[in-house]
Design a protein around this ligand. Structure first.
Ligand SMILES: [Zn+2]
Length: 399
């Protein structure tokens, strides 16, 4: 299983200069090789120059130009020539298929933004200072560049690329990960109840708190969206505001993913069987409850409370959607069973005596059975009922 990572680089001024020169020289190599192929193509003999021939000239080119081409990794230069080769292969494919061919074009130095290193350790080294306090990546001719590594890289690094996007530099890695095999059985089953105050409650009485950053990010995103709606169309300010919204969205998405990966991993490790509420049914039946007005008994708050709850809801719903997708994928590769159950009545049914009543839940957090007096946290009760419904469904299945 190959996984890709992309991290921001924090080069020094000198390293930025070197990276820029590295791009420039790879670009000129690309254009030079393209020129050679064009000339050969136009020549009366109509010969074709191939990758092998161009790659064989590299040694000479490097020796001839030690100040520029000679500085960089041989392998990254080969990768650049191979990129050109792929462009030509695609061109010839279009010619034979009768499509609009579009001859490969020269690249302006600003349009050439990536240098590839096909193998870690060959002209580049990921985590080149493993005992230092920060992660660095070394590129031949550039040095050890600081990496903003916001999450660990799992598996063995295969390829490394350096990429310029606007004023920023990124390193893109691919890493080979062992496909996880089935986990040993634990004999444990669990039900989960997805909430807002807690991200989820489980049937053993445990809670996973909502991602701490979630609410803060939501508030920032809301403010950014409002700022965006006030900007004039086509203005520079608007473009900036669009960027801000996109950046915050990316951040929320990343945090949500990290949280989901961690939470699902714990569940799948500990339990053979996991039951959860069916999110689609849940969204149909559990509309946000109207808030009672504390000053006027029997009346409800007319203000933005419901709308606010709606926004928070939609954000946490998106979080659960991601969470469940990852849970199902992880469970499958680990050989665990996951079942979605109808969530209706799971919050009002007493797990001790089976009494079903809305009054069993006097407040959002508490469950107090009017039949037998059983007391527990309402979300734990929900999770116990989800587990029961899941086990009942599993046992009812033929086979
Ligand atoms: Zn009861």
């Amino acid at each position: 299983m190959i996984r890709a990572y992309k991290f921001l680089l924090r080069p020094t001024v000198g390293q930025q200069q070197a990276l820029t020169e590295m791009l420039r020289d790879h670009c000129s190599l690309y254009n030079g090789a393209l020129q050679e192929r064009r000339d050969a193509w136009r020549h009366v003999s109509g010969t074709t120059v191939r990758y092998g021939e161009q790659s064989a000239q590299l040694k000479e080119i490097r020796a001839f130009d030690p100040e520029c081409q000679g500085r960089w990794s041989f392998s990254s230069q080969q990768a650049t020539l191979r990129r050109l080769d792929r462009a030509f292969a695609a061109f010839f494919r279009r010619v034979t298929s009768g499509g609009k061919p579009g001859y490969p074009r020269f690249r302006g130095v600003n349009r050439f933004d990536t240098v590839d290193f096909p193998r870690d350790g060959d002209g580049c080294r990921w985590d080149s200072t493993p005992h230092g306090p920060v992660t660095r990546v070394r590129f031949q001719g550039v040095g050890h560049v600081r990496v903003h590594r916001y999450r660990p890289v799992v598996g063995r690094v295969k390829t490394i690329s350096v990429k310029r996007e606007g004023k920023r530099w990124y390193v893109v890695l691919t890493a080979e990960q062992a496909r996880p095999g089935p986990l040993p059985a634990t004999g444990s089953v669990v039900g989960i109840d997805m909430g807002i105050a807690s991200f989820l409650a489980d049937s053993d009485g445990g809670f996973v708190p909502s991602p701490r950053h979630g609410r803060k990010a939501a508030a920032k995103l809301e403010a950014a969206q409002q700022a965006l709606s006030r900007c004039k169309r086509g203005s520079k300010r608007r473009r900036k505001a669009v960027e801000t919204v996109a950046r915050l969205h990316r951040k929320v998405r990343r945090q949500r993913l990290d949280h989901a990966h961690k939470t699902t991993l714990d569940l799948v490790r500990e339990h053979d069987f996991i039951a959860h509420e069916d999110l689609r049914i849940r969204n149909m039946v559990k509309a946000p409850a109207p808030k009672p007005d504390p000053d006027r008994p029997g009346a409800f708050l007319p203000n933005g409370a419901a709308a606010k709850a709606g926004l928070n809801r939609s954000i946490s719903d998106a979080g659960w959607g991601v969470f469940l997708t990852i849970l199902h994928a992880k469970a499958e590769s680990a050989g665990r069973e996951v079942i979605a159950v109808d969530p209706r009545n799971t919050s009002r049914t007493c797990p001790a005596c089976g009494h079903v009543a809305a009054e069993n839940r006097p407040t959002q957090d508490t469950f107090h059975c009017t039949g037998c007096g059983h007391q527990a946290h309402a979300d734990t009760v929900g999770a116990v009922n989800v587990l029961r419904a899941g086990l009942a469904r599993r046992n009812a299945r033929p086979g």
